[in-house]
Ligand binder design. Structure first.
Ligand SMILES: Nc1ncnc2c1ncn2[C@@H]1O[C@H](COP(=O)(O)OP(=O)(O)O)[C@@H](O)[C@H]1O
Ligand SMILES: [Mg+2]
Length: 457
C-alpha cells in the first residue's frame, strides 16, 4: 500500500482511458499494467490506463470515468494504491442537521462550524456535509454540500464516503429508529463512523466501573436512586448533585444539602433565576422533587457533591476538549475554565458563568503549584478518555470532559460529552486551540480512512 499526492485533471475524451504521467505510474508501481480499478469512496470502476509523457504526478480522467465514480473536482488530491486498485480521496462526510434551516444555513447554527471544518479539509481531501435526508440508499449516493469557491454551497452527488464525522445535533434526532438504522447501514458498509452518539451520564460512569484507575475520578454516583439511597447519600456526604442522566446545559439539576441542625436545602434554576429552598424534613424535599418531575426522576443520578475551587465565592470547573490525533492517540487540545454565576448550581455560561483560561483560574488557588495541578489534570483526562474508549463498543474521536478540581488538588470527572460544544474556543486566548481542534478532527478522518502515512508526524 502506498500513498501519494497527484494532480487530477478532467478531460473531454470520449474513450474510457485514464492517462497517467510516467512518474505517477512508477510511484504507484503500475508501470506495464493495462487496467486498474479506480475508486472514490465506496464506488469503483475498471479503467484502461495509458502512460503520458509529462513531468510531475498527473492523472487525466475522461468524463465517462469521472461521472461513474462521481469525482467532485479536479486539483490536488491523494491516491492510495493497493495492488490493482487506485483509491482517490479521501472522501469525508460530515453528518449534521438542524430543525431550523435555510439555503445559506442548511445546518442551522452549526453551519459556521461545519464551514470551518470543510475549509480546513478542502486543502487535502474531498470533504462535504450532509443530512440523513440527503442519502439515497438505492443508488448508494449522497447529495452532498460542498463549499463553493465563493464560500457558499454547491450541491454534488457523491458515493458513500470513506469516513463519517457525526455531528447530528440533538439526542432526540439521534435516538430515533431512522438514525439507528442509518448508523447500522454505514457500519455494514465498513464506513468508520465517529462519534457514535450522545452519552448518558450514568452510561459513562458504568463504562468506568471496572477500571479502578479511572473510576476513582468519578464522584460516588447512583443511577435512579430510591429514597433510601438518596437519604443515605445525603447523610454520608451532606452535599450531593441530583441530575438527569440524559441532561445537558444544567437543565433539571439540583444541588442538595443536608445540614444536621438546619435541615435540607435545594438549590436549582427555575425560569431563568436561581432558587434556594429550605425543607425541615427529607420527605418534604422529596415531595417537591416529585411534584416537579414525577416519574422522570427514575432517570436521575445522585452524585457525591465536590467542593470545587472558587474565585470570589463562585465555584470553578473545567472543560477539557479531547481529540484523537492522526496517530490514534488521545490528546488534550483545549481547556476552558468556567466560573459559576452568583448563586448558580452549574458553571454554564448560559446561567451567568464566565469563561477563563485554566492558568487564570488555577493560579488564584494554587499559586506556583498551578502548572503542576494542570499537568496532572491533563494526564487524568487522557487516562479517562482511554478507559472510556476501551469499554465502549463504537468509535470515539472526540470528547468533552467536565472536570472539577477540589481544594486538595483532587481531580473529578462529572460528565463526558461525545459531541462537545465549542464555546470555550470563543475565548480570545483559546482561538488557536479552536483551530487545532479542527485540524485534529481532519487528521483523525485521514487516519480512519487510511489516507495517512503511518510515519507522518
Ligand atoms: N458532583 C458534583 N459536584 C460538584 N459540582 C457538580 C457535580 N456535578 C455537576 N456539578 C456542576 O454542575 C455542572 C453541570 O453538571 P454536568 O454533570 O456537566 O451536567 P450537564 O449535562 O447539565 O452539563 C458541572 O459542570 C459542575 O459545575
Ligand atoms: Mg456538563
Amino acid at each position: 500500500m502506498s500513498l501519494t499526492f497527484c494532480n487530477v485533471h478532467f478531460t473531454q475524451q470520449p474513450e474510457k482511458v485514464v492517462y497517467v504521467s510516467n512518474s505517477l505510474l512508477k510511484m504507484l508501481k503500475l508501470s506495464g499494467k493495462k487496467s486498474i480499478y479506480l475508486r472514490l469512496g465506496k464506488i469503483s470502476v475498471s479503467a484502461t490506463i495509458k502512460p503520458i509523457k509529462k513531468s510531475g504526478k498527473h492523472l487525466y480522467l475522461p468524463a465517462g470515468i469521472r461521472n461513474s465514480i462521481r469525482v467532485p473536482k479536479a486539483g490536488s488530491i491523494m491516491l492510495l494504491n493497493n495492488n490493482d486498485e487506485v483509491h482517490i480521496g479521501p472522501l469525508i462526510g460530515v453528518l449534521s442537521d438542524s430543525a431550523v434551516r435555510s439555503v445559506t444555513h442548511p445546518f442551522g447554527n452549526r453551519t459556521g462550524f461545519i464551514k470551518q471544518l470543510l475549509r480546513e479539509g478542502n486543502k487535502r481531501a474531498y470533504i462535504f456535509a450532509f443530512t440523513p435526508r440527503d442519502i439515497n440508499w438505492q443508488q448508494e449516493t449522497i447529495l452532498a454540500y460542498f463549499l463553493s469557491e465563493t464560500g457558499g454551497w454547491t450541491r454534488k452527488t457523491v458515493p458513500l464516503p470513506d469516513v463519517i464525522y457525526n455531528r447530528l445535533p440533538s439526542r432526540r434526532a439521534e435516538t430515533g429508529a431512522a438514525v439507528n438504522s442509518l448508523r447500522e447501514r454505514f457500519i455494514r458498509k465498513k464506513i468508520p463512523f465517529f462519534n457514535w452518539s450522545f452519552f448518558n451520564k450514568s452510561d459513562v460512569y458504568a463504562l468506568l466501573e471496572n477500571e479502578p484507575e479511572s473510576y476513582r475520578y468519578v464522584p460516588e454516583s447512583f443511577n435512579g436512586p430510591s429514597p433510601d439511597k438518596m437519604k443515605e447519600m445525603l447523610e454520608k456526604h451532606h452535599f450531593v448533585y441530583y441530575k438527569p442522566t440524559a441532561g445537558s446545559l444544567g437543565k433539571g439539576i439540583y444541588r442538595l444539602i443536608y445540614h444536621p441542625k438546619k435541615g435540607y436545602f435545594a438549590r436549582y434554576r427555575r425560569s431563568g433565576s436561581n432558587v434556594l429552598l429550605r425543607f425541615s424534613s427529607f420527605n418534604s424535599m422529596m415531595r417537591m422533587l416529585h411534584a416537579r418531575h414525577g416519574r422522570s426522576l427514575r432517570n436521575y443520578v445522585v452524585q457525591q457533591g465536590i467542593r470545587l475551587i472558587e474565585i470570589d465565592s463562585c465555584p470553578i470547573d473545567f472543560r477539557f476538549h479531547m481529540h484523537k490525533n492522526g496517530k490514534n492517540e488521545w490528546v488534550v487540545v483545549g481547556i476552558g475554565a468556567k466560573k459559576a454565576g452568583k448563586g448558580s448550581v452549574t458553571t454554564h455560561l448560559k446561567n451567568g458563568g464566565q469563561l477563563l483560561t485554566p492558568e487564570q483560574a488555577l493560579s488564584r488557588t494554587f499559586g506556583s503549584r498551578a502548572s503542576d495541578v494542570l499537568h496532572n489534570a491533563k494526564q487524568v483526562a487522557i487516562k479517562l478518555a482511554e478507559a472510556i474508549e476501551r469499554n465502549y463498543p463504537h468509535l470515539l474521536g472526540e470528547l468533552g470532559f467536565d472536570i472539577g478540581i477540589d481544594q486538595d488538588e483532587r481531580v473529578w470527572m462529572f460528565e463526558a460529552n461525545s459531541k462537545p460544544g465549542r464555546s470555550i474556543f470563543k475565548h480570545p486566548s483559546l482561538r488557536s486551540e479552536g483551530r487545532s481542534s479542527l485540524t485534529h478532527i481532519f487528521e483523525h478522518c485521514l487516519y480512519l480512512s487510511k489516507f495517512r502515512r503511518r510515519d507522518e508526524q
